[in-house]
Design a protein around this ligand. Structure first.
Ligand code: ADP
Length: 537
């Protein structure tokens, strides 16, 4: 482009100066010939004979426009209306330029009025500016080629020299590089950006570590999937739920993680980008699974262990059903007896027996309701009850005193080994606990059998053992007797006045005091229940 532009400009400038020179040559010649023609010493014919053929065309035109002389042409055309002639006649001089498009030439005419009334015209023909450019185009094209080839090699050379140090820059420590000065601002910017980048990377790494720390320590299983449903990350909890190794899971489609129906259902929902909540059972546990699609197109699967909650709900349902059932039986007896009495349908002699029944059933109800209240208090972790230093031996002695009537009635031998053993506890609950154990030992012992009670201080803990030689508990029932309302032989035990809540109260009471309870029992031989309470400060 530069060559082209320069060439054009040069041609135009050169052309202009050439035209200017040519015009002034024409004018000078015309002036010289005018003086000659006006000189009376030379006749026109002598002058015409002396005029050379070249370089100018000389024409003398009469007043009527007739060509009197022309050194180049034999034209007979009338020249009177040519602009330069008209002007010369009027003002003494005239000039004009005429172009010939076909041969790309232009002719400059200069006319002067002579003393005899004729007009002298001198003209010269030159190429037009366009032709000058066209004529020079081969040279321009050659120069463009030369410049292009030269530029190509020179630019290549320069580029190499410029790029080499850039390619050799150590991006990690840009300011230590030895390069040309012009690169310094760039290197400084790279250095500043490096610092910012390192800080951002450190922040990101920290966030990532925190996030993976949270993920790994979460109790909930977490699986993050990309938009195609393949595993991006999975935490330890999720791995142990589906029993897989991390390496196996990463990149796998969700359906490949587990072949169960729930995963089948989940993968369908995930591919449809639907949020869903479902339940998934594995390893005797129940998980609440929630699938949430996130804005980036990925999906998060969260597994929450709801086994305890579901079991607690089941227990609560069973408990309410049991409570109503347990209350219904004595109430029905009471209302039945009362109705018979009211309608005078009972023999006079049987009336005391009926009243006795009403009384004993109402006592049973009261005991049951009291037990339920105790249990609900313990369920609330005995909130509001204050702990104080409690001697378990003296509590055991109190229990024995309260139960002495029952003991004597059954002619039971009670052997005791009661050491002073103090813990910080809620006395009323501890008493309830020991009472229930001794009461059971009496209830489920045969007449004239033996019960052993021991309370021992074992440095950092206190141990209470209640041992009887009674009917014992079948092995398969031993796990269940601590459940609410659970009785080994329901009908027989109810006759004994049991509510089925005694041992669950014991279990709760022990838990409230962070203790531990163990049971060993053999059917027909007896039962030994050991409670250990830690000594809390
Ligand atoms: P209950 O009020 O019926 O005694 P518990 O919760 O105290 O209820 O006991 C649950 C069941 O465990 C009892 O019904 C009984 O069958 C059994 N059991 C508890 N203690 C003993 C024991 N010392 N010997 C034999 N069986 C026992």
């Amino acid at each position: 482009m530069a060559v082209l532009l320069t060439s054009f400009l040069m041609v135009v400038v050169k052309y202009n100066s050439f035209v200017f020179g040519m015009e002034s040559d024409v004018k000078q010649t015309a002036n010289a010939y005018q003086s000659l023609l006006n000189n009376t010493a030379i006749t026109n014919e002598e002058f015409f004979a002396s005029v050379p053929d070249k370089p100018f065309r000389i024409t003398v035109i009469s007043e009527s426009g007739e060509v009197l002389f022309d050194n180049e042409s034999d034209t007979t055309e009338n020249h009177a209306d040519r602009p330069e002639i008209v002007s010369a006649r009027e003002t003494g001089t005239g000039h004009s330029t005429r172009y010939s498009d076909t041969i790309q030439e232009q002719t400059f005419y200069y006319a002067l009025l002579l003393d005899d009334g004729n007009v002298l015209r001198v003209s010269e023909t030159t190429a037009t500016v366009f032709r000058s450019i066209t004529d020079s185009s081969p040279f321009i094209i050659i120069s463009i080629f030369v410049v292009l080839i030269g530029s190509y090699f020179i630019a290549g050379l320069f580029t190499k020299r410029l790029i080499k140090p850039i390619n050799e820059i150590d991006i990690e420590s840009p300011v230590d590089n030895q390069t040309y000065d012009e690169l310094s601002p760039l290197l400084l910017r790279i250095d500043t950006q490096n610092v910012q980048l390192r800080a951002q990377m450190a922040d990101m790494q920290k966030m990532r570590d925190e996030l993976s720390d949270i993920m790994e320590h979460m109790e909930e299983g977490l699986i993050v999937l990309n938009s195609k449903g393949s595993v991006l990350s999975i935490n330890n909890a999720a791995l142990s739920i589906i029993k897989r190794e991390k390496d196996f899971c990463i990149g796998k489609f969700v359906l490949e993680l587990h072949r169960g129906d729930v995963f089948q259902h989940l993968s369908e929902k995930i591919s449809k980008k639907e949020n869903v909540q479902t339940e998934f059972s594995e390893n005797n546990k129940i998980y609440h699974v929630s699938v949430s699609n996130i804005s980036s197109g990925g999906t998060i699967l969260m597994f929450m262990d709801v086994t305890q909650r579901q079991n607690a709900e089941k227990l609560r349902r069973e408990f309410s059903a049991n409570v109503s059932h347990e209350l219904k039986t004595p109430l029905q007896t009471i209302s039945g007896c009362a109705e018979l009495l009211k309608n005078n349908l009972v023999n006079e002699a049987d009336i005391p027996q009926f009243i006795d029944k009403i009384y004993s059933e109402s006592i049973r109800m009261t005991v049951l309701i009291q037990d339920i209240i105790k249990l609900s208090q313990l369920d609330e972790n005995a909130i509001g009850m204050t702990r104080e230093i409690t001697d378990l031996s003296s509590i055991t002695e109190q229990v024995l005193t309260e139960l002495c009537e029952k003991i004597e009635k059954k002619n039971i031998l009670v052997e005791t080994d009661l050491q002073s053993a103090k813990i910080k506890a809620i006395p009323i609950i501890i008493k309830e606990c020991i009472f229930n154990l001794v009461d059971n030992a009496i209830k489920y012992s045969n007449e004239a059998s033996k019960i052993t009670l021991s309370v021992k201080d074992k440095f950092d803990k206190v141990e209470v053992i209640v041992k009887d030689s009674g009917i014992g508990i079948p092995l398969e029932e031993q796990d269940r007797i601590f459940e609410r309302f659970y009785r080994v032989e329901k009908s027989r035990n109810r006759d004994m006045g049991g509510t089925g809540l005694g041992l669950s109260i014991v279990k709760h009471a022990v838990a409230v005091h962070e203790g531990n309870i163990t049971l060993s029992s053999e059917e027909g031989k007896g039962t030994k229940i050991t409670i250990v309470f830690p000594k809390t400060k």
